[in-house]
Design a protein. Structure first.
Length: 94
């Protein structure tokens, strides 16, 4: 499942519980310096405790890794509401 930055803004306005997660490695740029984005590298993501009441958006460089991660997460827990940000970190920062 994919979403845009506009979707994130709409969910915020609606008061949805959001979990924004940067799944890139710590050395990858551009850095997202925001208190609303949690940094959980992709290699640690399967150990993350997902809350079914939260809408999660995974952020990577372009959306490809996030989409692959979502497929694996959904295989393990189909009740997670999770999206990949179209355009990745650059889209989030624009």
């Amino acid at each position: 499942m994919k979403c845009s930055k506009e979707d994130i803004l709409t969910w915020k306005k609606q008061g949805s519980k959001l979990g924004l997660i940067d799944i890139r490695e710590f050395y990858e740029t551009p850095e997202i310096d925001s208190k609303e984005v949690e940094h959980v590298p992709m290699g640690e993501l399967l150990e993350y405790s997902f809350n079914q009441e939260v809408t999660y958006v995974l952020i990577c460089n372009s959306g490809g890794r996030a989409t692959a991660a979502i497929m694996e997460i959904m295989r393990l827990n189909s009740k997670v509401n999770i999206y990949s940000l179209i355009g990745g970190a650059e889209a989030y920062l624009s």
